[in-house]
Design a protein around this ligand. Structure first.
Ligand code: KG4
Length: 343
């Protein structure tokens, strides 16, 4: 008999539901929230209200597109955290209610595990390439920047992580400061394609080991632009492509330096990326280029599996389900990773 998992993701500003059968994707539906655009960042209260509006139609659509009946669902996997508490509460409560009404088990998923396992979502209509264990995952999103050693589907070791801002935060905050829009990553990525990455130099942090820091580069960029604008008020407008290209290149250099170091230290040559920033075209081509030079097998998730999506939650939930894990109906969401195993 097949295992059909319904995944539900609501950790930030995307409501998503997906259905997988024995690890193969049947549907993946996503409702993004435009309401935050005019604020230049996600407003938690507005996000949870939008999730409340979206959750029923998104889950129904995922079940319909999968061509299954709700009674065929084997288990419901949901994002328990980390993320925005109000947003997580909507997905968690809905998952509980549906699990209760269908009388199926509930399986909690750590959102970050979802990103790390995104390459394992298989699709019927193509060849599926999954990394073999152990592999390294560069997990880069709006809230995290980590190098994770993945020993098995449920066995992770964090080798390094940011000590301050996440790389996605650096993209978003700098884009906001420069008046380029939100979310910053896609805007900077687009402008960077038309610019010269060697034109400007921004200082890189010197952090020991495999940890990252992204807060200094923000200041470096801001002061540079402010000083240049004092000389020429149109400096930003005239040079935005080169500024974005040079800034993005610096972020990619910082990420890659530590990833290369981690690969050397561990001797691992299976390398993946995950999280919203893994959609970045510069980072994707750089990882492939370094991979070719260093004999790595690199795995890049499809764009639809880079940002928040329920397919990755469903696949992570599937592995937990196969491992016999079940979540009690009195589970509460957690906003921080450190709170996951507290109770
Ligand atoms: O994983 P994600 O959807 O959300 C969480 O952080 O949970 O990641 C969102 C982040 C944002 O910071 C956004 O600017 C960044 O991913 N992002 C990108 C690109 N697309 C999204 N960053 C760089 N280049 C992109 N093309």
């Amino acid at each position: 008999m097949s295992d059909i998992i319904l995944g539900i993701e609501s950790s930030c500003d995307d409501t998503s539901a997906a259905v997988i059968r024995d690890g193969y994707l049947l549907s993946n539906v996503l409702a993004s929230q435009d309401v935050h655009k005019c604020y230049g960042g996600v407003i938690p209260e507005l996000a949870s209200r939008a999730h409340q509006l979206n959750i029923v139609p998104v889950v129904s659509e995922a079940i319909n597109r999968a061509g299954i009946k709700p009674e065929e669902i084997t288990a419901i996997a949901f994002t328990r955290g980390p993320g925005l508490l109000g947003s997580l509460l909507v997905g968690t409560s809905f998952a509980k209610g549906l699990a209760l009404s269908l009388d199926v088990p509930l399986v909690e998923v750590n959102h970050l595990q979802g990103h790390v396992l995104a390459n394992f979502v298989k699709q019927y209509d193509r060849e599926n390439h999954c990394p073999s264990f152990p592999y390294l995952c560069l997990l880069v999103s709006g809230g995290n920047s980590q190098i994770v050693k993945v020993n098995g589907p449920l066995d992770f070791e964090i080798l390094g992580q940011t000590i301050d801002d996440a790389v996605g935060e650096a993209f978003d905050k700098c884009s906001k400061m420069l008046g380029l829009g939100y979310p910053g990553g896609p805007v900077i990525d687009r402008l960077a394609k038309q610019g010269n990455p060697d034109r400007f130099t921004f200082s890189k942090p010197h952090i020991p080991g495999l940890d990252y820091s992204f807060s200094g580069i923000k200041t470096s960029l801001l002061y540079f632009v402010r000083d240049e604008m004092a000389k020429d008020p149109e400096f930003m407008e005239k040079n935005k492509e080169d500024i974005c290209a040079s800034f993005q290149r610096t972020l990619i250099d910082i990420l890659m330096d530590k990833l290369i170091k981690a690969a050397k230290l561990t001797g691992i040559k299976e390398v993946t990326i995950g999280g919203g920033v893994s959609a970045n075209s510069g980072l994707r081509s750089r990882i492939e280029e370094e991979g070719r030079k260093r004999g790595w097998n690199t795995y890049l998730p499809e764009f639809k599996f880079t940002t928040d999506n329920a397919a990755m939650i469903a696949i992570a939930g599937y592995y937990h389900y196969l491992n016999g894990e079940r979540t009690s109906l009195d589970v509460a969401p957690v906003s921080r990773i450190a709170d996951f195993h507290k109770e």
